[in-house]
Each structure stands twice: as C-alpha cells, then as structure tokens.
Design a protein around this ligand. Structure first.
Ligand SMILES: Nc1nc2c(c(=O)[nH]1)N[C@H]1C(S)=C(S)[C@@H](COP(=O)(O)OP(=O)(O)OC[C@H]3O[C@@H](n4cnc5c(=O)[nH]c(N)nc54)[C@H](O)[C@@H]3O)O[C@H]1N2
Ligand SMILES: Nc1nc2c(c(=O)[nH]1)N[C@H]1C(S)=C(S)[C@@H](COP(=O)(O)OP(=O)(O)OC[C@H]3O[C@@H](n4cnc5c(=O)[nH]c(N)nc54)[C@H](O)[C@@H]3O)O[C@H]1N2
Ligand code: SF4
Ligand SMILES: [Mo]
Length: 746
C-alpha cells in the first residue's frame, strides 16, 4: 500500500473524509474535530448524533472511551469521552477515523485462486459461499486427522477471544492459541507462581508512598495511564523506573532510573532483593508468617552484591542501593510490571518471579496503597467467562491431556487453557496442526518470521479474518474474511473494576464487513453448532456470557446504563490472606500449593525446574562468544506512540511521524561505525539482515540498539532467535545480538 493522498482518500472512501490540515483540525476538550465536506451528505441539514464507543486501535483492554459524532451513518468526528475511566484518546485513537474510511480496507470475503508460493490472487465470494467452503474443508481435516489438528487462533485482538475459545471447544479442538503466548502472559504466570493469582502490578493510589515500575513506558504504550501516574507523582509518590532506555516515563516520573543492560533483569532483581535484606527493609512479620523459602532466597541473593550486579547489568552500584532504600522506606508502595519490556527474555520465568517477590518481602501485598489482590469479577481479561468458554467441557473431555504444547511447556500448559504457539512451525511440520481459523494473524509477530510463514503456508486450509489484506501473512492463506471495525460492531464488554460498559455499533459496517463475534458464531453454525452458537446472534451470545457470570446482569441492564453499570458488591478488604479471602478453599493464605508466597516455587520444583528465581545470562549476550561478530545488544519492539505492532503504517496522520523504520543507536556506537544521522544502514546477525535509517540518540545505552517491530519492509523478527524460556516459552525479543554497518561499507 502506498501512502494516501487526500484526493485518493476522498475518492476511494465510500464517503469523503476530512482534511488533515487546516482550519478543520484543532484540539478540543481532549479530542480533535474532523468534519466531512458538505458534499458528502445527502441532506445538508441532516442531524448529527453523539454516540458512545471505545477505541481498540492498540487492542489494550479496557480501552479508551470515545464519543463519535455520526451523521448519515458516517462517523464524522471522534472525541474523548468524559466520565469514562480511560481517557484521553491518543494519536492512534484519533486516527481510527482514518482507518475506518481507508479505501484499502478489506470489504468482501475472498478466496484464493492461485497456488501458494507467490502473491495471492483473490476472487470475491459471498459469505454463504465462504462459510460453506470453510466448513467443508475444516470438517474434512477433522475427519481425517482429528479436531486438534485445526488451530483456532486470535492475534492481538482481544475482544473475540471468548467466542473463539468457545468455538474451538465446540469443534473439539484443544488447539486454541493467542498472541498472549508472546505477550503479558509470562508475567501473569510468574505472579501465579509467587502469590497464586494473575497480576501485572497496579497503579499507585492516593495511599501509596512509592511505586516501582519494572519496565513500562506508558507515555507511549498506554497514554491514558500516563496521566494517572503523573498525578501520583505530583502528589508526592516516589518512583523507581527500571528500563534500559531513557524514555519519557523515565524523564517525567523517575526519582531513580535503573538503566540496565537488556536481558539482565534477573541479576538486577536478585540485587534489589539482596539490598532489601542487607538494609533490613523487609517486613519480618509478613516474611516469617506468609512466605515459603526465605532462607534459601536470602542465601541465593547474597552473591548478588551491588558491585557484582553492576558488572552484570551495567547499573551503578550506588543507584541500586539508593533505589532499594527509596522503595523500602516509602511504604506502602506498589509495583507495575510490563506485558512486554522485561517479558521478552529467556530468563523471564525466573526473573519476573523475583520482581513479584519485592512487594511481598516489603509487606506491600494486599494492603491499601500496595498491590491489591483478590478475586475480581468473574471475567477474564478479554471480558469472557469460564462458563461461556466452556471450560467445564474442556476439562471433562480431557482436552488438557491432548494438548500439543504440554510437553514443550508444561508450566505454561498448567496455567493456561491456550496453546503456547511459539512451536507452531514444529507442530505443522510434524503434521499435528493442519488447518487454521486465524483471526488477526500476523506472521511477523514471532521470532524468525520465515518459519512461521512457512507453517501458515503449509496448512492444508486456512482462513484469516482481518481489516486488511496484508501480503506478509495473507499471501499464505486460502481465504480472507472482512472484519468490522470498532465503530461498526458491538463486542464483549469493557470492564473497569466493578464497572461494566457495553459497546454497540455506531455505524453500519462498510462493504460486506461483519463483526468478529458474528463471524465466529456463524462459522460455528456452518460447522454444525448452530444452537450453541446462538444461530449467529451476537446479542444472544452476549446474554449467555452475562448469564454465566452469575451476577444477575442482563444486556438490558447494560443498555440502561450507558455511563457504565456498577456491579454491587463489598468494598475490597485488606490482607485477605489472613481471613481466607484469597484461596479457592476459603482457607487463610495464598492460592499457591503451600498457601504461602512462594519465594521458592513448589510448582516449579515439582516439574523439575529450579524453584529459586535464578539468574541466567541470555543465550546471545555481550558475554557470549558470538558477541565478537555481533557486539550490539538487539533490543526490539519497544513501543512507539504512532503504531501498533504491524498496523497503522499506511494512515497518513500517523505515518508522517515515523515514515521509515529506524535503528536507534548511541553516538559512541554510531561514530565507531562511521554512521551519520538519517543514513540507511544494515542491521544484521547470523540469522538475517534488514535496512533501517540511523537515529543517533542518548535514549539508548552504548552497546545497545533499539528497533521497533512489525515493519513489513524491515522485519526485525528476521533477526530475533527462537531460544525460548523453558518456563513460559517466551522468545528473547529484548536481547539478541546484532551488528550495524553503513551501506557504504559493503
Ligand atoms: N520483535 C518483536 N516481536 C514482537 C514483539 C516485540 O516487542 N518485539 N511484541 C510481541 C507482542 S507483545 C505482541 S502483543 C505481538 C503482536 O502481534 P500481532 O498479534 O501480530 O499484532 P498486530 O500486528 O497488531 O495485528 C495482527 C493483525 O490483526 C488485525 N486486527 C487488528 N485488530 C483486529 C480486530 O479487532 N479484528 C480482526 N479480525 N483483526 C484485527 C490487524 O489488521 C493485523 O493484521 O507481537 C509480538 N512480537
Ligand atoms: N503505541 C503502542 N502502544 C501499545 C502497543 C503498540 O504496539 N503501540 N502494543 C501494546 C502491547 S500488545 C503491549 S504488550 C504493550 C507493551 O507496553 P510496554 O511494556 O510499555 O512496552 P515497551 O515500550 O515495549 O516496553 C516498556 C519498556 O521496556 C523496556 N525494555 C526493553 N527491554 C527490556 C529489558 O530487557 N528489561 C527491562 N527491564 N526493560 C526492557 C523498553 O526500553 C521500554 O521502554 O504496549 C501496548 N501498547
Ligand atoms: S491508548 Fe490510544 S490506541 Fe489505545 S485505546 Fe486509547 S486511544 Fe485507542
Ligand atoms: Mo503485547
């Protein structure tokens, strides 16, 4: 796709859209005004209605609230929504309007007419034809090879996951997977292992004296959250930020910045704990009564003195000492971890546990102003329920025992009823997976992209569901189905604490596009599960989802409360581990096998892993032999404010900010290589090579380069390696090795 000129944009869109520049563009109460030219409307006096929606451009949950101004079934303006828990809209949210009316959107079901191997040629088909072909093909694969050989997959989109998992289970397939097998879930799992429930940490509240941010850059990745944190900073909450880069979050918020070498988190976390113990900052009462393995942990971290940690992590010893003191002396304090930053390393299954041990050792768990625990509403993070996902069927019918990923990643399989997808190439090669229903799939999301492209291409049959035709992945599938975008669809729910919002469509889908939920339910009907798929009726499915919460809520309740439905319930109590409020069996303690916070994991030990949170050096690092040829640490995927993963590159309002892929490099490394700002350079290692524009910056440490992922023309996952953390299965996107050289030097 080429960048759109305004003229093409206006001509190609079903209706015309506003100009970017000029008088029609201006900030207004947190939003931006966009007006269609008058000639776009049949009636020049047609009314404008304001309707509630929410944005899903970054697929975060929950999302930012939007008020859409709608005229003649067209969204003409988007603004931040007042009195909504998540605001304001970021640049991507505002540009959602441009994506909605992008003339390149996929608007009809298509089937491939040529053999795989080159660019796909497509023929438009009707929805009925599409369903009939895919049902026949999927049922054939099932009859020949069993239901598990069909993969049901959701990429970054979160909203359709409950429906997709239900469909997989109805079909009888244990092969349900999502992008979460390289995002966030490693962190949740570590929290499970330590204190028995998912967590990514929590924002500080007015009662918090400190906050340890272990690698998150919400200034760019969650702008709505950044403002919330800044308010706490202004109130006086102290912040320590652990991040290899000098981000706006660091400059805006950090009292102390621990700028570590990417991938060395495990050593830094051990050193942090060492200092909490050395400086006698731990909560002895909590540690004595509620933790398991303290003496072993203490003995292990004793070796991680600030001086040794400095050698490993490059963090100055005095800074580590000061950071532990700041967090340890300012209680209660909370912790925020990242779904990405530190997760993408082969040591994550150990180091993230060490990070979650910090609030435990300080007695900051489940206290006001600390890290709250305890059962929330019975939804998962994608706003679905166990009942709707048919988890009872999954368990009763032995899906778990049949899973292909169980041997590769037993700890992962224990915690998640979704496949760890990183071994997809192997499962396809071995004939285990032979077909796929792939919603929002992007082959560039995994390390060493070509192997995943081959895996997708080798499927006997695959159907992708997407907003766009993206050749890097869709050239490899047999059929594509057009998905409706957020303004065009209802969805699962947005849930904030005990407040639930329903989103309904504000305009009719363009072309033939249909809602993801509807498509999944209709595929289910075509496959023979019409009754369990509510004959394709999305409202009926959402009603069932609400019924399975046992909260007594109906769709009518949600519709009657457009400003959010408050689920009645008790105020959250503190220290529920003392009263039995955290465990399924209602006994005091934590939801772990020992009932304690596990500083040495009994679960891991039972599965023949080391129970202590041990530090292991990345397999490719400045301390390994290949650093001779590839001396720079390759840190990939740190979020930029304008793009989400592989998306949005073609929206002019966003593309203007970052038209080309860039490699961020320190001035020291650039001058050593004779690189000048803006030139095109080679970034390469033993596995692959890409070309990118040089950006010389103090943001990164000497010895490290920083590169965003998802560029089709410079896919950094050609260089990332398939060394998977044995506990979580996560790949080392954050810490490979590479070299950068001027193209002139070839
Ligand atoms: N090197 C490197 N690789 C990474 C990462 C990294 O940091 N570094 N990060 C990893 C992480 S954390 C993640 S989450 C993944 C993300 O990787 P992906 O899951 O691949 O994310 P996207 O590229 O945003 O989207 C995939 C596709 O979904 C489509 N899509 C988006 N929304 C919808 C929707 O609502 N419905 C439908 N039907 N389609 C939709 C998009 O058009 C796109 O084609 O990448 C991972 N890969
Ligand atoms: N604009 C935008 N927003 C997004 C997304 C997007 O693609 N674009 N994607 C969404 C998704 S799916 C995700 S997972 C989140 C991620 O959200 P964040 O976790 O905030 O994302 P990042 O910026 O990738 O990583 C946070 C910080 O981790 C640091 N980091 C990198 N390597 C390491 C390391 O080895 N150790 C430590 N301690 N820190 C490290 C980076 O320098 C970065 O500043 O963002 C979400 N929001
Ligand atoms: S952060 Fe931006 S892209 Fe993400 S939901 Fe909010 S407005 Fe949309
Ligand atoms: Mo992610």
């Amino acid at each position: 796709m080429t960048a759109l000129s305004r003229r093409n944009f206006v001509k190609g869109a079903a209706c015309a859209v506003a100009a970017v520049a000029g008088a029609s563009l201006g900030f207004r109460s947190g939003g931006i005004d966009f007006y269609y030219p008058q000639e776009a409307f049949a009636d020049e006096n047609s009314p404008i209605e304001r309707r509630y929606s929410y944005c899903d451009m970054c697929n975060h949950v929950p999302k930012c609230g939007i008020v859409a101004s709608v005229r003649e079934d067209k969204v003409i303006r988007v603004e931040s929504r007042d009195k909504y828990p998540s605001t304001p809209l970021c640049a991507k949210g505002i540009a959602s309007l441009q994506e909605l009316y992008d003339p390149h959107r996929l608007l009809t079901p298509k089937i491939r007419t040529n053999a795989k191997g080159g660019p796909a040629e497509w023929k438009d088909i009707t929805w009925d034809e599409a369903y009939s072909i895919l049902a026949e093909r999927l049922n054939r694969v099932k009859a020949q090879h069993g239901a598990d050989s069909v993969l049901f997959f959701c990429g970054d989109p979160k909203e359709p996951r409950g429906a997709m998992q239900r469909l997989a289970t109805l079909f009888g397939s244990s092969s349900y997977g999502t992008e979460s097998s390289v995002c966030a879930a490693a962190s949740w799992m570590c929290a499970q292992l330590v204190f028995g429930q998912n967590s990514m940490g929590e924002n500080p509240s007015d009662a918090s004296a400190s906050c340890l941010i272990w690698s998150l850059n919400p200034a760019w990745s969650q702008p709505n959250r950044y403002g919330v944190l800044m308010k706490q900073k202004e109130r006086g909450c102290k912040f320590v930020v652990v991040d290899p880069r000098v981000t706006p979050t660091v400059t805006g918020m950090a009292d102390i910045h621990l700028q570590l070498r990417p991938g060395s988190d495990g050593a830094l976390a051990a050193g942090f704990i060492n200092q909490l113990i050395e400086q006698d900052l731990i909560d002895h009462n909590f540690v004595d009564n509620w933790t398991h393995g303290f003496e072993e942990l203490k003995a292990y971290v004793a070796a991680y003195t600030p001086q040794k940690v400095e050698e490993i992590t490059w963090v100055p010893a005095d800074r580590l000492i000061a950071a532990a003191k700041l967090i340890g002396e300012n209680k209660p304090g909370t912790l925020i971890t990242s779904s990405k930053g530190g997760c993408h390393t082969t040591n994550v299954g150990h180091f993230q546990r060490a990070v979650f041990m910090i609030p435990a050792l300080l007695g900051n768990l489940d206290v006001t102003g600390g890290l709250p625990l305890g059962p929330g509403l019975p939804f998962d993070y994608a706003a679905s329920t166990k009942g709707f996902q048919l988890e009872d069927v999954y368990e009763a019918e032995g899906f778990q025992q049949r899973r292909y990923d169980r041997e590769d990643f037993p700890v992962w399989a224990r915690y998640y009823k979704m496949m760890q997808t990183v071994k997809l190439p192997e499962y396809v090669d071995e004939g285990k997976i032979r077909a796929g229903v792939l919603l929002g799939v992007n082959s560039m999301m995994w390390p060493n992209t070509p192997l995943y492209q081959k895996a997708i291409a080798d499927l006997e049959f695959s159907v992708a569901i997407d907003y766009y035709l993206r050749p890097v992945t869709h050239d490899l599938v047999d059929m594509v189905l057009p998905a409706a975008m957020c303004y065009e669809r209802s969805a699962a729910l947005a849930i904030f604490g005990r407040k639930i919002f329903l989103r309904e469509p504000v305009v009719t889908p363009r072309g033939e596009a249909r809602e993801d939920w509807r498509i999944i339910l209709e595929i289910g009907c075509a496959l023979g599960y019409a009754e369990q798929c509510f004959n394709g009726d999305v409202d009926a499915a959402l009603e069932e989802l609400l019924r399975t919460t046992n909260l007594g809520i109906t769709l009518a309740d949600l519709r009657a409360n457009p400003q959010g439905y408050d689920v009645p319930g008790p105020a959250a109590a503190q220290r529920k581990y003392e009263t039995g409020g955290l465990r399924n069996d209602k006994q005091p303690g934590f939801n772990t096998p020992s009932g304690k916070v596990e500083l040495v994991s009994t679960v891991l030990e039972d599965m023949n892993f080391v129970g202590l949170p041990v530090y292991e050096e990345p397999l490719h690092s400045p301390f390994t032999a290949d650093a001779k040829d590839y001396p720079l640490v390759l840190n990939t995927g740190s979020r930029v404010p304008y793009y989400t993963h592989s998306k949005l590159r073609d929206l002019p309002w966003l593309n203007q900010f970052m038209p080309n892929p860039v490699v961020r490099i320190s001035s020291k490394d650039a001058s050593e290589r004779g690189l000048v700002e803006g030139e095109l350079a080679r970034v390469y290692n033993a596995q692959g090579e890409v070309e990118m524009q040089v950006e010389i910056t103090n943001m990164v440490l000497p010895g490290v380069v920083d590169i965003f992922h998802g560029w089709e023309r410079a896919d950094i996952n050609l260089l990332t390696t398939r060394d998977f953390d044995p506990i979580s299965g996560f790949p080392p996107f954050s810490n490979g090795l590479c070299q950068v050289a001027s193209l002139q030097a070839r």
